[in-house]
Design a protein around this ligand. Structure first.
Ligand code: ISE
Length: 357
């Protein structure tokens, strides 16, 4: 039987997931949609045979004809909605953030651990991107010997007007936090955010770009340039530097064109060479989102046999990201390096990593 999914929140990300589940994902249907703006939910449901709108997100989670939930609602609503998913034993794919602060994220980790089931997956989609998977394999199979450093670039052409400097940490840099933990398989222990001269084209008061420096449990370092008002395109690059070499992803090397700049009339002008860069994360990580949701659906359908309903980053990863970002925001404010304050995973029985289905 198809997994009957309720998608809560059909803004950009939720609507993208509805389209992907309806058009490309096997073994799942969108049975219910919900949004704070009911007309938006109605408009989306109208395009899907058999899909209903439920006006209250908690009713949608509790509905007996809903097997699993995709949470693409605003962060401040996640805590309540995740607790409801746990209470009803429903697998949930939660877009970041897990919750908006460290204490409530830890609470969620503990509640799930008490249930003895892995029900919560967190939407760190880069782990499913083909290039990141390749990088991870190269690191894990020992091709490079010991990995020492990573250099990252995270650029967006623009962000919504509501974006403030701390959101650059919690909404954008959070992906490099997860990438670091994923690639290096260890926790980040401190964060230092540097504040270079701000882009004159950025909104007044926005500290953009930022340079973040992470150090990890084993003493490895990661630097990240995060720059969200470039006006250019969507660029995400990661380079790892290791004992026996280095590897680089995110070069956007598709079709490369060479063309003139238009001298004409027999006169030669300067030439240009270049390919295309994706305009936003929807295109850059489209393949990753497809793999992420398909693997989550497969895990959710077979979870009852194993107690593991996820195949990817879980509640602990959401909590760890929140803890690192909280240190990041503090560093942004003080200019100092800030130690990450996190509990020991082994202090929470049942919070160990999930066995992959
Ligand atoms: C957005 O929320 C994302 O998750 C994107 O991946 C990131 O590049 C962007 O900066 C965020 O605002």
């Amino acid at each position: 039987n198809d997994l009957r999914i309720a998608v809560l929140g059909v803004g950009m990300m939720g609507a993208d997931h509805v389209a992907r589940i309806t058009e490309r994902i096997k073994g799942a249907t969108v049975a219910v949609v919900n949004d704070y703006f009911i007309e938006k939910a109605e408009q989306i449901a109208a395009g899907i045979p058999g899909c209903r709108v439920i006006g209250d997100p908690l009713d949608a989670i509790a509905d007996p004809d809903v097997d699993a939930v995709v949470l693409a609602t605003p962060g401040p609503t996640h805590e309540k909605q995740l607790l409801a998913c746990l209470e009803h034993g429903k697998p949930v794919m939660c877009e970041k953030p897990l919750t908006t602060d460290v204490a409530t994220s830890l609470e969620i980790v503990k509640r799930e651990a008490e249930l003895g089931k892995k029900l919560i997956q967190v939407g760190f989609m880069r782990r499913f991107d083909h290039e990141y998977e390749q990088l991870k394999t190269l690191i894990d199979d020992g091709t490079f010997g010991q990995v020492l450093l990573a250099h990252c670039v995270h650029r967006n052409p623009a962000v919504p007007p509501s974006f403030d400097s701390s959101m650059i940490v919690k909404d954008s840099l959070v992906h490099e936090v997860d990438v670091t933990r994923f690639l290096f398989d260890e926790e980040i222990t401190s964060v230092h955010i540097l504040r270079p001269a701000a882009n004159p084209g950025a909104p007044e008061g926005l500290q953009d770009p930022q340079i973040a420096l992470f150090s990890t449990e084993s003493g490895r370092h990661v630097d990240v340039e995060v720059f969200v008002t470039t006006g250019v395109a969507y660029e995400v690059r990661t380079e790892i530097v290791a004992e026996k070499g280095s590897a680089f992803i995110g070069l956007d090397v598709g079709l490369v064109r060479k063309f003139g700049t238009g001298a004409g009339n027999g006169r030669s002008g300067a030439g240009m060479s270049g390919g295309e860069i994706t305009p936003s994360f929807k295109e850059r990580f489209g393949q990753a989102y497809d793999v992420e949701i398909q693997r989550w659906v497969n895990a959710a359908r077979t979870g009852a046999e194993t107690g593991n309903y996820i195949d990817g980053p879980g509640a602990w990863d959401g909590y760890a990201a929140a803890a690192v970002c909280a240190a990041g925001v503090q560093s942004l404010e003080t200019g100092e390096r800030v130690a990450v304050d996190m509990v020991d995973r082994s202090s929470i029985p049942g919070a160990e990593p999930a066995e992959r289905p």
